[in-house]
Design a protein around this ligand. Structure first.
Ligand SMILES: [Zn+2]
Length: 392
C-alpha cells in the first residue's frame, strides 16, 4: 500500500499501525531476552567449568602449544554459544521478520549467512586474540594499557576492511542501475565536498525489505552504498536527502570520532576487567577451573565483564549516536534545502521498517541509536536550512 502523497509544507507524522506497535513491543521483550542471554550464557559456561574443560580438550589436541590451544578453545567456545543461541537467532532473524512481512529471505540464505558469520568471527578472533593473551602473560599488571593502545589501529583496520572484504561475502555489490540517479548522487557528493567516491547498489532485497544507505572508506575505497530496497522505495528527491544525510556522517567525521571514543572506552573497559577479574578469580577460580586471566579458558569471563561494561555505558553511547544523527540530518537539509523530501523520506522509512514514531522515554534511553522518527520530522518541519535561507 502506497502512503498518501503529502502536500508541500509541514509533514504530518502518521500514527503507527497496529502491526508496527506489536513489532515494537515484542521487540522490547526480545531485546531484554537477548541482553539476558548475553550475560547468562557466558556466566553458565564459566561457572559450570565447561570453559576450562573445553580448554583442556583444546590443549590436549594442540599438545599444549600456546597459539593452537588458544584458537581451538576459541572455536569450541564460539561453537557452543552459536548452537545454544541458534533457536533465538532463528526466531528473531528469520521467523519473526517473515511473520511481520519484513523479509524476503530464503532459509538457505539465512543458514549460509549464519555459517559465514560464525567462520568470520572465529577467523577474526584467531587473528587478534593472541595479542591480549600474550600481553597478559608478559605483563600481568599493564596488559590492559598495551591492549587498549592497540584498539585504535585495530578498529581503524576493521573499518577499512569490512566494507571492501567482509560485506561482499554476504551480499552482491554492483554498480547503480539507474545511471541518471547515480549522476544525481555523485552531484550531491560533490556539493558536500566528497570527490572520487564510487556508488554501489547492494542487493539487500534477498534479505530484507528494510532500507538503508551509508558512506565509508578512504582514497580508492571511498564509496556511497545504497541498498536496492531503498532505491525501490524512495523517490529520487528523498534518496538525495538520504545520501546527503549519510555524507554528513562522513564529512563531519562521525565514524572516526566513534573509533576514537570506542578506543578510549576499550582502555576503560579493559582496566575495569583488570580491576575486577582478580577478585572474581580469587572467589570463584575453583569453580571456573582456572586461576589466571592469561588462561585461554578465561574468554567467557572477559566476555561477561566486557558485556557488563558495555551495557552500563550504552545509554551514553546511544545519546552520542543520536546527537550525530541530528547533526547529519541538519547537514542533509543544509545541502538540499528540501525539507519536504526529508520529512516524507522518514515517513516512508517509518512505514517500511515498522517503526513507532514516538516511543517511550525508556526505549529512547536504552535502545534508540537514532532520534525517534516523530522527533526527526518535527525538527525538519521547523528547520530553516542554509540553502533555504539563501534562496529567500
Ligand atoms: Zn545516520
Amino acid at each position: 500500500m502506497e502512503p498518501p502523497i503529502q502536500p508541500e509544507g509541514p509533514v504530518v507524522v502518521p500514527a503507527p499501525s497496529e502491526k508496527a506497535v506489536r513489532y515494537h513491543r515484542s521487540g522490547n521483550v526480545i531485546w531484554a531476552v537477548e541482553h539476558l542471554v548475553g550475560l547468562v550464557l557466558p556466566a553458565a559456561i564459566l561457572f559450570s567449568g565447561l570453559s576450562a574443560r573445553l580448554r583442556t580438550i583444546a590443549a590436549g589436541v594442540a599438545h599444549g602449544r600456546f597459539y593452537p590451544t588458544l584458537v581451538l578453545t576459541l572455536a569450541l567456545l564460539t561453537l557452543v554459544m552459536f548452537v545454544v543461541q541458534l533457536p533465538l537467532a532463528f526466531y528473531v532473524g528469520y521467523r519473526r521478520e517473515h511473520a511481520y512481512g519484513l523479509s524476503s529471505q530464503r532459509l538457505g540464505k539465512w543458514i549460509a549467512d549464519e555459517l559465514k558469520g560464525l567462520i568470520v568471527g572465529v577467523l577474526l578472533g584467531a587473528a587478534v586474540l593472541w595479542v591480549p593473551y600474550l600481553l597478559l602473560r608478559a605483563s600481568p599488571e599493564r596488559w590492559w594499557i598495551w591492549t587498549g593502545a592497540l584498539a585504535l589501529p585495530f578498529f581503524a583496520l576493521v573499518l577499512l576492511v569490512t566494507p571492501v572484504f567482509i560485506a561482499p561475502l554476504f551480499n552482491k555489490f554492483g554498480p547503480m542501475r539507474d545511471k541518471s540517479l547515480e549522476a544525481e548522487v555523485l552531484a550531491v557528493a560533490a556539493q558536500a565536498g566528497v570527490e572520487g567516491a564510487r556508488v554501489f547498489e547492494v542487493e539487500k532485497s534477498v534479505d530484507t525489505k528494510k532500507v538503508n544507505a551509508y558512506v565509508t572508506g578512504v582514497g580508492k575505497t571511498k564509496r556511497i552504498v545504497l541498498w536496492d530496497t531503498l532505491l525501490g522505495r524512495l523517490t529520487p528527491r528523498q534518496t538525495r536527502f538520504v545520501v546527503g544525510h549519510e555524507l554528513g556522517h562522513y564529512v563531519l567525521g562521525h565514524v572516526w570520532l566513534n573509533i576514537v571514543v570506542s578506543s578510549a572506552l576499550t582502555v576503560a573497559a579493559l582496566w575495569a576487567v583488570h580491576a575486577t577479574a582478580d577478585a572474581a578469580l580469587a572467589r570463584f577460580g575453583a569453580r571456573f577451573g582456572f586461576d589466571r586471566l592469561a588462561d585461554p579458558a578465561s574468554m567467557p569471563l572477559l566476555m561477561l565483564l566486557l558485556s557488563l561494561f558495555a551495557t552500563a555505558i550504552s545509554p551514553a553511547m546511544l545519546a552520542l549516536s543520536r546527537h550525530h544523527e541530528r547533526a547529519a540530518d541538519r547537514f542533509g537539509l543544509d545541502l538540499s534545502g528540501d525539507n519536504h523530501a526529508a520529512a516524507t523520506a522518514f515517513v516512508a522509512l517509518q512505514e517500511q521498517n515498522l517503526a513507532v514514531p514516538r516511543p517511550g522515554r525508556l526505549y529512547k534511553f536504552f535502545r534508540a541509536s537514532h532520534p525517534p522518527i516523530g522527533e526527526r520530522v518535527d525538527f525538519i518541519n521547523a528547520y530553516r536550512s542554509r540553502a533555504r535561507v539563501a534562496g529567500e
